[in-house]
Write a new protein. Structure first.
Ligand code: FMN
Length: 196
C-alpha cells in the first residue's frame, strides 16, 4: 500500500467513452470516494494499446514493464501497480470483453508474472455492460485476470453487470446500479481491512 489514502484505478474498455460501462464504473467509484478512497477513471476509447506480442522479453528484462514502449500499455501497468485496487470495465462484445481491455489485461498479466506478482493482494473487481446476453462470459474473463494475479476479489449482491444498449440505458437498470453501489462499498470495506 502506498501513501496515506487508498487509491482505486478504473479502466473502461469500451469503444464508447462515457457510455454504459463508464456509467456503471462511476457508480462504484462514487461509493469508494464516499469512503475516503481516491479514484481515477481511465477511458481506453481511442487510446493506442497493442496486444501482447508473446516476445517474453518481460521475463528477460524483469523491469516490471512491457517491452512494447510505443503505446499506453506501460503507463497503465504503472497506474495499476501504484493503485491499491483495480476496476476493469468492459462492454459485452460478441459475448466477450473488448479488445482494448483484453490487450491491457494480457500484457499486465505477463508483466506481473515475469516480476514475481506485482499485483499480489491488491483488490480487483470487474464491471460489465450488456444489451442482452454474454455478460457472464465477459465477467468471467475479467475475473480470470484478478485470480491468476493473486488479487483479492470482493463480491456484490449480484454479478457486476448492468443492462442497456444506448448510452445511458443502464440508468434504468435499478438492480444493476444497486449492484455497482454495493460493489463499491464492499471494495472500500476490503481495502480498509487490508490497510489496517
Ligand atoms: C461490437 C459489438 C458487439 C456487441 N455484442 C453484444 C453481445 O454479444 N451481447 C449483448 O448483449 N450486447 C452486445 N453489444 C451491445 C453492448 O454490449 C451494449 O450496447 C453495451 O451497453 C455497450 O456498452 P458501452 O456503452 O459502455 O459501450 C455489442 C456491441 C458492439 C458494439
Amino acid at each position: 500500500m502506498n501513501g496515506t489514502r487508498a487509491k482505486v484505478v478504473a479502466f473502461n474498455g469500451s469503444a464508447r467513452k462515457g457510455g454504459n460501462t463508464s456509467i456503471l464504473l462511476r457508480y462504484a467509484l462514487k461509493e469508494l470516494e464516499n469512503e475516503g478512497i481516491d479514484t481515477e477513471l481511465i477511458e481506453l476509447s481511442g487510446v493506442k494499446i497493442h496486444g501482447c506480442l508473446s516476445c517474453r522479453k518481460c521475463s528477460e528484462n524483469k523491469n516490471r514493464r512491457c517491452s512494447q514502449t510505443g503505446d499506453m500499455g506501460n503507463a497503465y501497468i504503472e497506474k495499476m501497480e501504484q493503485a491499491d485496487g483495480v476496476l476493469l470495465g468492459s462492454p459485452t462484445y460478441v459475448a466477450d470483453i473488448s479488445p482494448e481491455i483484453k490487450a491491457l489485461m494480457d500484457r499486465a498479466c505477463l508483466v506481473s508474472k515475469a516480476n514475481g506478482g506485482i499485483f499480489r493482494r491488491k483488490v480487483g473487481a470487474a464491471v460489465v455492460a450488456v444489451r442482452r446476453a454474454g455478460a457472464i462470459h465477459a465477467f468471467d474473463a475479467l475475473n480470470h485476470f484478478f485470480l491468476i494475479s493473486e488479487m483479492i476479489v470482493p463480491g456484490s449482491s449480484y454479478w457486476n453487470i448492468g443492462i442497456g444498449r444506448e448510452i445511458g440505458d443502464v440508468e434504468k437498470d435499478e438492480e444493476g446500479i444497486q449492484t455497482m453501489k454495493t460493489l463499491g462499498r464492499n471494495m472500500a470495506w476490503l481495502l480498509k481491512k487490508i490497510r489496517s
